[in-house]
Write a protein that binds this ligand. Sequence first.
Ligand code: GLU
Length: 488
Amino acid sequence: MLASRKPLWSDLKPPVVRFAPSPTGFLHVGGARTALFNWLYARHHGGTFLLRIEDTDRARSTDAAIRAILDSLAWLGLEPDRPVVFQSERAARHAEVAHALVAAGRAYRCWATPEELEAMRAQARAEGRPPHYDRRWRDRADGPADQPFAIRLKAPLNGEIRFHDQVQGPIAVPAEELDDFILLRSDGTPTYMLAVVVDDFDMGVTHVIRGDDHLSNTPRQLALIRALGWREPVYAHLPMIHGPDGQKLSKRHGAIGVEAFRDELGVLPEALLNHLLRLGWACGDREILSLEEAVRLFDLDRVGRAPARFDFRRLESLNAHYLKAADDARLVALVRPRIERHLGRCLHPHEADLLLRSMPELKPRARDLNALAEASRFLFATRPIAMDAAAARLLDAAGRARLRRVHDALAAVPDWGRASLEAAVRQVADAEGLGLGEVAGPVRAALTGRAAAPSVFGLLEVLGRDESLARIEDALAHPPAEGQGKNG
Ligand code: GLU
């Protein structure tokens, strides 16, 4: 073993996996899926999940881009079991390994100039060959010692690089397809190929689970690992994620960054995780799967090779499911900033309390946090509340006549509890020979300014006697004009 040294941690439980994103400004959902599958693999097998930020491209790796990844992973609950490794901090170690390979005769210094390299590429193109470096410095070391040089691997010249990918199956690549690729650039900086191999080794990584866009890098990385005489990790390359139209998921399809799902679409982390779980992993036709169950069931043998499709509609229905199941106080904390942004002011404590008490009525109908915030706005509207067009229609002359009767019946209810309120409204409906909906509609409109809103009895209860009767009286006193603007 060349240049081997003590691993960064000596107490990691195997299998050791890692997620190794490059900071590009946000965490792509494809990256989140890779992180999730690594995390599940570690949890299922009692191993260790590590995180390495591949920030060697200093121009793109801003602090904001790094924070976006860390925040998104924390939001999803996919936090690493050890401190984050920053690839940029390990450049000296990468260079040490490259020089050790030169000393052992398995890599060499190359003094080819950019002009020479360009000429080589042009010639290869003209001859219809792949644009490989022609290995001109492979067997000589007499370059000008004071001139910059790159370090290249002595890649195998014949035979095949073979490995067994846990998802893609057996892979064999003829050696002539690899060239003597660069390990250390002439400015002394490591290439991605070198950095990944060295970091995985030093971190004790046993399983490399990543997107199949990296499949073509693996033979090169293996050639390097074999030149070093290091232990080879097991590889598993996950299929790409496509959009609903079968094209590679991109900005064209809408949100693709995890933060956008959280902030713009108002998605809960458990809903996004549940959808990501199903992307590439066949776990029967179970739609709803908790993370605990996934930890129990997950393994690589049921990850398919076909690209997975991201389905925004399915995500939305999963989100509705998880909203319904979510704790009321948690939902208040999540929607409150959205409501306050819209109102342009903070909620008073009694309003926050009203929101909390209304949550059981509101959450079963919401598909995302934006919709939930929107649906709860009527709670904070100032009287007389604005009506939308559909609500205004419910408050036509016939509607108001019914509303008047309901008002009087409600005003006579002694305890303002849900059962008595329902009994009172039912009695009016029965007496008029009308369906409950025909009587409840105008009440709902008067209370919320909308036609579609939660159960009217729950609304009456949470708004309380005074506010409910006052809103109804407003609607009776000032019949809304058709087409009036939106609620508050
Ligand atoms: N940094 C690479 C990327 O973000 C991943 C490298 C790897 O997983 O080996 O695509």
